[in-house]
Design a protein around this ligand. Sequence first.
Ligand code: ADP
Length: 225
Amino acid sequence: MIQFASVTKSYPSGSIALDDVSFEIPENDFLFLVGPSGAGKTTVLKLIMRQIMPTSGSVMVDDTEISTPQFTQVPVLRRAIGMVFQDFKILRDKSIFENIAISLTILGLSKAEIEEKVTAALDIVGLQTRADAFPVQLSAGELQRIAIARAVVGDRSIILADEPTGNLDPKTAWDIMEIFKKLEGTRTIIIATHNADIVNHMKKRVLTIIDGKLADDAKKGGYRL
Ligand code: ADP
């Protein structure tokens, strides 16, 4: 469960990124976060990752308040979260296998465990045969699949995707969305997006943020901006 209670985030510059925002996201929920550019979507994701702290209010993840200076389990929190970005953030000088394995290597897992988990992640995104390829050999859609494999590997319980289809053509965007759909119910999935077509067709929960305020929380929502 992720819970925002009256979360306000303002910056020293005076800009208010979030203004008294409250919502609850149960475990394994699938939802879209929509809103115009600058509305506060990325700020929500950064608060969940604890890259930033709220100015007031609280952020809870799995019954633990992560928005206090006393919260010391940041590495544990980050290990539970997989991120997917608009620009993929795949390391160009590493193979596909190495890109997906990075977090497991850092954790010191055995070679056999890493092999098993990376293979399972590649299986989910349908790129089993590309483990030894290098990023330059892959299309944009394939790179985003690799980014999703990297986000799910190691049994992460939360996936945060920030404009994951922003750099993709419409057909490829739908292929990527099919993968997220396949993951539905296995993890909490939050997708920040401008893609009205996808949001309208998927009929999932939609949190709409406008000017830092939660403007709408619809169960089977659409993109109404
Ligand atoms: P979105 O993801 O919906 O485009 P953001 O969450 O990135 O919106 O930004 C929300 C608001 O907060 C914007 O007005 C943005 O300019 C402001 N903002 C974001 N990060 C910073 C920062 N580090 N310093 C000052 N203002 C910021």
